[in-house]
Ligand binder design. Sequence first.
Ligand code: ADP
Ligand code: ADP
Ligand code: SF4
Length: 603
Amino acid sequence: MADDSIAVVDLDRCQPDRCSYECKNYCPPNRTGKECITLRGEETDEGQPEQVRISEEICLGETCGICVEKCPFDAIEIINLPKELQDDPAHRYGENAFSLYGLPAPQEGKVTGILGPNGIGKTTAVRILAGELEPNLGRHEDEVDWDDVLEAYRGTELQDYIADVRDGEVTVARKPQYVDQIPETFDGNTRELLEQTNERGALDQLVERLSIGPVMEQSIDDLSGGELQRVALAATLARDTDFYFLDEITPYLDIGQRVTAARLIRELAEEENKSMLVVEHDLAILDLLADTLHVAYGEPGAYGVITPPKSVRNGINEYLSGYLENENMRIRPDPIEFEEHAPRSETRGDVLVDYPDLTKSYGDGEFTLEVEGGRIRENEVLGIVGPNGIGKSTFAKLLTGNLEPDEGDADLDLDISYKPQYVTIDQHMRVDAFLSSITDQFGSSYWNTEIAQPLQLERIMEQNLSDLSGGERQRVAIAACLSDSADLYLLDEPSAHLDVEQRVQATSAIRRYAEQQDATVMVIDHDIYTIDLLADRLMVFDGEPAERGRASPPQSMRDGMNEFLANLEVTFRRDERTSRPRINKPDSQLDKEQKSEGEYYYA
Ligand code: ADP
Ligand code: ADP
Ligand code: SF4
């Protein structure tokens, strides 16, 4: 009997019609006649073999783990919970289901952040605080009500809040995580949607700051991802409630738009004394946004723990170091480390290619891109930054030959492996079959260690491409791009749809691959930490989005960041302990000094 262990059965994976109950047949307590693994009975469709349940009282715990090994579908997890975790869970979705420990505490006038991988219970926590999900403290739902929950949180920061939720007195505005789903629930144009939410009289200002004006009369059905995200932010922040919960604010937004969204959220907290709770995977933006931070850790899909609040600086530093100090908890074997100084790569590497000046217009010159010719060096990672709609993807398509330039010759005689921004691999084919058709390295120990593991592909190998989520599809597409043999690897927004942990893992996989294979890589991305960790040099796009774009030749990171951030009027300082970049407050002493010296990034 292991008090501190939990058994989790993933009912989407457990397929007893395709196995012969190996888990149950090999379980040691079962073999001595105990009822450790049993059949669920009533809960399955008629005629289907029954799925299993595991008794946490009888189970011997993680050191046994025989059922985990035996299950052909990876449906079972037996986990010894950390010793430090003494409290009851806040919520458990049922027997052998996910449990959440701890809850975040929103505070008046503050922005509270939650940082952690997907599947760790962040949305569950937000739903509890929004009063949408009644927490059960891990007990059977008949045995618990709001009064028990209140009792459990008596004496904590959440006591008053929970009393208000119980009394139905908490008002909440919530921005959903998946903005792509908004058109399914709303019929009408942007103006109609926003006017319904104009409770504070702040709508005009939000529309202006988020540059929504041009799409006010457009049908919600016709908005792009970035437009939907900004409309959803405006709709949430326009409301007049006590609490604002925002589940990811950066997807589809460029860096300037991310900074604007973060500042609007901060202002609402500071000026109107509201409580804001934000889940976010872009660390530079989370750092700018939040006052305090709860780190979420555990085993995605099995259990999650929300830590007590930390300062945003310490929270992110501890997260990157892989070790949570107060919790005495290692969450990753290796730290993520940043360089304080710009990479010295100016003189390194032979020339891979010199590309000439190029221009490309769409339609009757509605949008024109001008590319100033430049040089790509062998074995470098070239970062590409610039606002949305400025021609970055157009440039990628010119290089790969998917588009013909109007002027200039883009035929570079290079073999290019290209991951487009919008990944459209959705054939009816399994992930393993797809990837093994790309590389004969598939399944080798090198490929497993360098590609499959950091991109977390093991658990999705047997799934069909068409059934993958956005983040899963992104990881398969990055793997496919890197696995191909090519002269140049071009990745358009690899961080999109990835959670914070997947981002840092994918980033280090791309970086290591480039170093070990002497590969030349170009990466377009809006996540500053991704660009900082990856790039040796930088290519900057500017101009007027959707009208004209101009691409500078590749330049050093220092010069490139200075050009790019001067356009945005944003400066960064370096964290003393970890050297990670942190956005300065506008008009702070450092911000002014750095601007006057022209040092926006490596001050
Ligand atoms: P996050 O927001 O961190 O991605 P969630 O709170 O959405 O995490 O989910 C955490 C875990 O809880 C997931 O593994 C999910 O499968 C499980 N889960 C979510 N909703 C339910 C539900 N209604 N019933 C059973 N399990 C659920
Ligand atoms: P970025 O990658 O920097 O976001 P893109 O290269 O995708 O920018 O697009 C630049 C501009 O060109 C945008 O205004 C976009 O709407 C427009 N555009 C992109 N592809 C086409 C096309 N096939 N036809 C017409 N306009 C396009
Ligand atoms: Fe049985 Fe527990 Fe061992 Fe699984 S881990 S085989 S449930 S004792």
